[in-house]
Structure formats: structure tokens, C-alpha cells
Design a protein around this ligand. Structure first.
Ligand SMILES: [Zn+2]
Length: 221
């Protein structure tokens, strides 16, 4: 009887030791896997530059391929839009079109501090790309920031006040949300292929409803 008890105890001890070893091994494997996946995560957010027709695009492994190809299509369209070569050259001076994810926010905007266009809110971009030319819109913000004189900015401000006074566009429209949006949204429509989905929609509308703005864009872009 004693021998059986002893044997049982020995067996339990042996099983315990084996399972402990197993757990330790499992633990080690888990740790290794965690370390590996951390390294993989780090690798996946490493951004890389690529040049596309004189614009620098910054992407990373999380940038969807369709977002990159839509930006390239919009850049092609920019070159074919009737913008003066000198204006396109000025737009290429933007630091980058930033399509990577490692900056702590997702948006579609021009960032004056970094002088870059951020295009990493892929959901909105891909959803609205067909109807809104975000690339030319944000580049128009850069253009205003870096290439318009104070005198030209004052002219713009007066033109916008005039448009507001004449109620050319609804007050709630993006194009009426300040001088910068007035310019960028008008430029976006003026150089659109067809029509955009927001006021002023296209060049013809600007020429008919806001002819002084049409002249301003023609003269400066
Ligand atoms: Zn804008």
C-alpha cells in the first residue's frame, strides 16, 4: 500500500515537472512570438518616399494601394488640367503628399507648419475621390500659403466678401468658410474634370456667378 502511494506521489511529481517545463517552453515561445510581432509592427509603419512626376509621396505598408493610385491619377489630372506650368512647378515645392499612418491623426488637409499635404483619412478619400479633387484642393492651400502675396490675399478676401454679399453660394457651403476655403474650393472646381459635388461645382459656374474670381484664378493659376 505504501509503495503504491509512493509511486503515485512520484508520478504526480513527474507530471507536474513535465507540465511546468511545458508551460515554461510555451511561455518562452509566446514571448518570442510577441517580440517577433512587435518587430513586424515596427517594420510595417516604416514610411518610404517615392517620387511621382516631381511630387514626393510618403507611404507606408498600411497605405492602401487604391489610395496611392488615386493620388497618382489626381497628379496626372493636375498636369492635364490647364494649370500654368509655372503654377504646377510652384505646387511641386510642397514638402510631400503624406499618405503614411505614423503621425497620430488621420485627415485630409494641408499642414502649414510642415508644408505638407496629409492624405491619410483613406475612408473619406476613397469614398469621395470621384467627386472631389482633394489633391488640387490641398495644393491650392499650399499655393496660397507660400506663393500668394499679401496684396493677392487681400484681393481674395474682398472677392469672398463680395460673393457673400451677393449670396452667390449658400452660406453653409465649404466655399464660403473663409478666404482659404473660398480659394481652394473654387480652384478645385475651376480645374475639375467635369463637375465636383460641392459649390461652385465647375468652371462654367464660377465664370457665370463669380466672374471676378474666375479672372483671379485665370491670372494667378
Ligand atoms: Zn480646404
Amino acid at each position: 500500500m505504501k509503495t503504491i502511494k509512493l509511486l503515485t506521489l512520484l508520478m504526480i511529481a513527474t507530471i507536474f515537472t513535465i507540465s511546468c517545463d511545458k508551460d515554461e517552453n510555451l511561455l518562452d515561445e509566446n514571448v518570442e512570438q510577441k517580440v517577433t510581432s512587435l518587430e513586424e509592427t515596427d517594420l510595417s509603419i516604416t514610411s518610404k518616399d517615392q517620387k511621382y512626376r516631381n511630387f514626393k509621396l510618403i507611404t507606408d505598408n498600411k497605405t492602401p494601394a487604391n489610395a496611392i493610385s488615386y493620388v497618382k491619377q489626381r497628379i496626372d489630372q493636375l498636369y492635364a488640367s490647364g494649370l500654368k506650368n509655372s503654377s504646377i512647378t510652384k505646387m511641386t515645392k510642397v514638402k510631400s503628399i503624406y499618405l503614411a499612418t505614423d503621425i497620430g491623426f488621420r485627415d485630409l488637409l494641408y499642414e502649414p507648419f510642415n508644408q505638407r499635404v496629409v492624405m491619410n483619412d483613406y475612408n473619406q478619400f476613397v469614398k469621395d475621390n470621384r467627386n472631389i479633387n482633394f489633391v488640387i484642393h490641398e495644393l491650392a492651400h499650399f499655393y496660397e500659403h507660400k506663393h500668394l502675396s499679401q496684396k493677392q490675399k487681400n484681393t481674395l478676401k474682398a472677392l469672398m466678401a463680395n460673393a457673400r454679399k451677393k449670396k452667390i453660394y449658400p452660406n453653409s457651403a465649404k466655399v464660403m468658410q473663409g478666404r482659404s476655403e473660398y480659394l481652394a474650393t473654387s480652384v478645385e472646381a475651376y480645374f475639375a474634370k467635369g463637375s465636383t459635388k460641392r459649390h461652385p461645382f465647375n468652371r462654367k459656374t464660377i465664370q457665370q456667378k463669380d466672374p471676378q474670381m474666375a479672372q483671379f484664378i485665370k491670372a494667378n493659376f
